[in-house]
Write a protein that binds this ligand. Structure first.
Ligand code: HAM
Length: 428
C-alpha cells in the first residue's frame, strides 16, 4: 500500500477520521473566521507559488536558521535553477511586493495568505513536514507601533473568535540594527567561558550569529543565565517597544514580556511575539510573528517596513473546541420507496439544492428502515419520506432526526414549506 510520506497526512471529512485534529471542516472553520475578520481589518488575499528560487529563503529567512540550514526541500531544476518548497510565506509576500511594485500603488499594503508550507522537521504532535499557515503582513513606509498593536489585536481576536481560551501572548523586542551588535557583544562576552560546553551549532553561531544561540533548544541552561537583551535596546527601539506595550494595555490585551524570545527566522527587527497554548504539549506555539523592517531591502526592494504573523492551522485545529465548525452533513435526506418516488426524489433534491439546502438522496432502492439507518449515519437533520401513498395523497412526511417530531408537507407548496422548516438560507 502506498501511504502519505512520513510526517505528512491527509485532512479528511469527519466521517473518515477519528483524529479530530485532521478533520478538514475544522480547518475550514478557522479559515472562514480568519477571512471574515481580516476583511474587516482591510487585508486582501495573496496567493504565491508553493515553490520559489532557493535564494529567496536563504537571503530572506537567513542561512544560519534551522529552517534554511536543515529543513528545506530543495532541488535542482532541469535548467539548473535551485528551487525550494516554501518553508514560510513572508519572504514570498515581500518578493511579490517588490516584483509588482506595490509600493507605487499603495502607501500601506495589507495582505493575507492561507496555504501549505514545507519543512523537513522531525515530526511529533503538532509538527508536520507539510503544515498549513494563515498569515498576514502589513508593508509600507511606516513602522508606527500602532501597526504592531493592531495586528496583535487582530490575531488575538481570531484566537477568541475560534474559541481558544487558554492562549498566552509572549512579547519581546529584538531591537534595531544598532541594538544587534550590543546583543552580540553581550552574548559573546557572557558565553566566552562556556563555549566548550555548548552544542556544535551554537559554537558556530557564537562566531556567525550569536543571537541565534538564544533560540537553541539544547543549550537552554546556558541561555537562561544571560542578562536580558531588553536592557541593551537603543532609545529608539526601547521607545518603540514601550509604545507597543502601552497600545496593547489600552486595548486590555494581556501579554508576558519574554526577553529570550527571538523566533526562528533572522528577518525580525524590534517587536517579536508568539502565542502559546498549554494544551499543545512541547510544540506549543499556536502562532508567531513580528516586525521585519529590513527584509524588503535585503531582497533588493525599497526600504519598506513590515509587520506580520502566521498561525499554524494544524495547531489551531488541535486546540479549538470539540464541536467547532460544520461537518457538511445533509440538511435533509429523502427516503424514497418505489420507482416513482425515486424519480420524484431526484428532481426534488435539485430544487432544494438550488434553494441552498444540502439535500441528499441515495441511488439504491431500500426499505424505510434501511433508509432511516442511512439518514442517521449521514447525520441528516431531516428526512423526507416519500412512498407511493405520500405521492398519491400529496401529503409528505418530514421527520426531524433530532426529536423524531413529524410535520406534513403539501405537494403543491413543498419547496417553500421545506425551506421554511429546514431553515436554510436561500441561495438563489
Ligand atoms: P513560524 O514561527 O516559523 O513563523 O511559524 C508560524 C507558525 O506556524 C508556528 O507558530 C506554528 O504554529 C506553525 N508551524 C511552524 N512549523 C510547523 C510545523 N512543522 N508543523 C506544524 N505547524 C508549524 C513564520 O513562519 C513567519 N513567516 C511568521 C511571520 C509572518 N512573521 C512575520 N510575518
Amino acid at each position: 500500500m502506498i501511504t502519505t510520506p512520513k510526517y505528512t497526512r491527509d485532512l479528511l471529512p469527519a466521517e473518515f477520521s477519528n483524529d479530530t485534529s485532521a478533520q478538514v471542516h475544522r480547518f475550514q472553520f478557522i479559515e472562514e473566521r480568519a477571512r471574515d475578520l481580516f476583511r474587516r481589518y482591510g487585508f486582501k488575499e495573496i496567493r504565491t507559488p508553493i515553490f520559489e528560487h532557493t535564494e529567496l529563503f536563504a537571503r530572506g529567512v537567513g542561512t544560519e536558521t534551522d529552517i534554511v540550514s536543515k529543513e528545506m526541500y530543495t532541488w535542482k531544476d532541469i535548467n539548473g535553477d535551485s528551487l525550494t518548497l516554501r518553508p514560510e510565506n513572508t519572504a514570498s509576500v515581500i518578493r511579490a511586493y517588490i516584483q509588482h511594485k506595490m509600493w507605487g500603488q499603495a502607501e500601506t499594503v495589507k495582505l493575507f495568505y492561507v496555504g501549505p508550507q514545507f519543512r523537513r522537521e522531525r515530526g511529533q504532535k503538532g509538527r508536520f513536514r507539510q503544515f498549513y499557515q494563515i498569515g498576514a503582513e502589513v508593508i509600507g513606509n511606516s513602522d508606527n507601533p500602532a501597526i504592531d498593536a493592531e495586528c496583535i489585536e487582530m490575531i488575538m481576536q481570531l484566537v477568541a473568535d475560534v474559541g481558544i481560551g487558554n492562549a498566552e501572548l509572549r512579547l519581546n523586542s529584538v531591537g534595531d540594527a544598532e541594538s544587534r551588535p550590543r546583543f552580540a557583544e553581550m552574548i559573546r562576552r557572557e558565553l566566552a567561558p562556556k563555549i566548550s560546553s555548548m552544542c556544535g551549532d551554537c559554537q558556530r553561531r557564537y562566531e556567525t550569529n550569536p543571537l541565534r544561540i538564544l533560540d537553541c533548544k539544547l543549550d537552554h541552561e546556558v541561555v537562561a543565565g544571560l542578562p536580558s537583551t531588553l536592557d541593551l535596546l537603543t532609545d529608539d527601539a526601547r521607545q518603540h517597544f514601550e509604545t507597543v506595550c502601552r497600545y496593547l494595555d489600552a486595548r486590555g490585551i494581556s501579554y508576558k514580556i519574554d526577553s529570550r524570545l527571538v523566533r526562528g527566522l533572522d528577518y525580525y527587527t524590534k517587536t517579536v511575539f508568539e502565542v502559546v497554548s498549554g494544551s499543545l504539549g512541547s510544540q506549543n506555539a499556536l502562532l508567531g510573528g513580528g516586525r521585519y523592517d529590513g527584509l524588503s531591502k535585503e531582497l533588493g526592494g525599497p526600504a519598506a517596513k513590515g509587520f506580520g504573523f502566521a498561525l499554524g492551522l494544524d495547531r489551531f485545529a488541535m486546540t479549538i473546541p470539540e464541536n467547532s465548525g460544520d461537518q457538511g452533513n445533509p440538511d435533509l435526506y429523502i427516503a424514497h420507496l418505489g420507482a416513482a418516488a425515486f424519480e420524484r426524489a431526484l428532481v426534488l433534491v435539485q430544487g432544494l439544492r438550488k434553494k441552498g439546502i444540502a439535500a441528499a438522496v441515495d441511488f439504491e432502492t431500500r426499505s424505510l428502515k434501511s433508509s432511516m439507518k442511512l439518514a442517521d449515519k449521514l447525520k441528516a437533520r431531516y428526512v423526507l419520506i416519500l412512498g407511493e401513498s405520500e405521492l398519491a395523497s400529496g401529503q409528505w412526511a418530514l421527520r426531524s432526526m433530532k426529536d423524531s417530531s413529524q410535520s406534513t408537507i403539501s405537494a403543491e407548496n413543498w419547496l417553500e414549506e421545506i425551506t421554511n422548516l429546514v431553515g436554510a438560507e436561500e441561495a438563489v
